[in-house]
Design a protein around this ligand. Structure first.
Ligand SMILES: [Fe+2]
Length: 393
């Protein structure tokens, strides 16, 4: 076993790096990187590969304060890190109040905390600061390794406990209309067959079990194995109980925001040749999820459909087939320190102010794919990835 892989706990610990040849002046959804990475000897350090010298533009802290309904989005809070918990506790100061009689809502797209206690503390703090808070579970939320022995039989039991905690705190885990906006949480889990692109064969890629801690930190009933689509299907079917509520919300809303923790389309992740961990697409997304959100957004008028996701820690804002896809992760402190994938000063991201913000925000990778065609058949490693594999494998 490669020692530095042993400390890997999240696909996002295998960070991507900025595409080369990028120089931007516009404000970014994600802090810009000044230089290509220089991979470091440990996985932790790999996340630290970006330059820390780039200036980080700050967005306005109180966007359109006159708006009656403002919806902010964020994912991957990871408040087991004290810095992240501190950040959560002072969120309302930056966000400011809504317009007179208005509402500030917050959408949290999973990976709040690894322990139930931190989860409850975090969601309680958010609920104190926002008029409405919405949540879907992420993989880290269902880890059991730091829970006291016997607290949960398996990750499904923990899932139910977290949903109960949300209910007690007044956090929404089902569909609801806020102003003119319908907000619909979607349960999901990843499956390997989500990855439809050609594998890289020129390098030895560590196994998913070595690279992704979910395989050890989650525990599932025996019929829900990680090797097939059973888990993804199970989580997708959890949404069925909200079918009537979803229809009701659609009837009463002018715009719809769906959100999940996992990734609905492979195009929302860079190609394998760009990735330090090229098999990342096998542990990030669900085809069931994309099918379900498409069904919800069908017949949406232009600019009225948005899906927010998380998990990979890569900021994203792009429009695909009429639906806007946004990722706005807080991510790990070390990622923020290196101006990497996460945000701090610009989060939570205000995606809605009495209507979706029409501006597509600049984010490194979504900008890249807005201008460059995806080439999944191209298996030539990006230079920084080639250098990394030469050095460590
Ligand atoms: Fe995650």
């Amino acid at each position: 076993m490669t020692p530095h892989l042993a400390v890997s706990s999240h696909p996002a610990h295998h960070p991507l790096d900025a595409p080369p040849h990028r120089r931007r002046r516009r404000r970014r959804l994600c802090p810009p990187r000044a230089a290509r990475p220089s991979p470091s000897p440990t996985l932790r350090c790999r996340a630290a590969a970006a330059s820390a010298t780039a200036a980080v533009p700050q967005p306005p802290r109180a966007p359109d304060a006159a708006a009656r309904t403002r919806v902010f989005v964020v994912s991957d809070l990871h408040t087991d890190y004290q810095e992240n918990m501190d950040w959560v506790r002072r969120l309302a100061v930056g966000v400011g109040p809504p317009g007179a009689g208005g509402v500030n809502a917050l959408v949290v797209a999973g990976d709040v905390a690894e322990t139930t206690d931190n989860f409850a503390r975090t969601m309680g703090a958010l609920r104190d600061q926002f008029d409405a808070v919405f949540y879907v579970p992420g993989n880290h939320d269902l880890w059991l390794r730091r829970e006291e022995d016997g607290r949960y039989m398996d990750s499904l039991e923990k899932l139910n406990a977290l949903l109960d905690a949300c209910s007690e705190l007044g956090v929404d885990t089902g569909p609801k209309t806020i102003g003119d906006l319908g907000i619909i949480p979607l349960f999901s889990w990843y499956h390997k067959s989500f990855d439809k692109e050609k594998d890289l064969t020129s390098v030895r890629v560590p196994s998913l079990e070595m690279a992704c801690k979910d395989f050890h930190a989650c525990k599932w009933p025996s019929e829900l194995g990680s090797d097939d689509e059973a888990l993804a299907l199970y989580f997708d079917q959890l949404n069925d109980k909200y079918n009537d509520a979803i229809e009701e919300v659609k009837k009463n809303s002018k715009q719809i925001l769906t959100f999940s923790h996992f990734v609905p389309r492979q195009e929302l992740c860079p190609e394998k040749r760009m990735l330090y961990y090229p098999n990342l697409p096998k542990v990030i997304g669900s085809d069931y999820l994309e099918r379900r959100l498409r069904a919800i957004h069908n017949n949406a008028e232009g600019g009225a459909a948005c899906h927010v996701f998380g998990h990979t820690h890569f900021c994203w804002d792009s429009m695909i087939d009429g639906i806007r896809y946004v990722q706005a992760p807080l991510a790990y402190p070390r990622e923020r320190k290196r101006r990497m994938n996460g945000g701090e000063g610009w989060l939570p991201f205000c995606v809605y102010r009495d209507g979706f913000n029409p501006e597509i925000y600049p984010a490194i990778w979504s900008d890249y794919y807005n201008k460059n065609k995806r080439e999944p058949e191209n298996t030539q490693l990006a230079p920084w990835v080639a250098k990394y594999f030469r050095k460590y494998y």
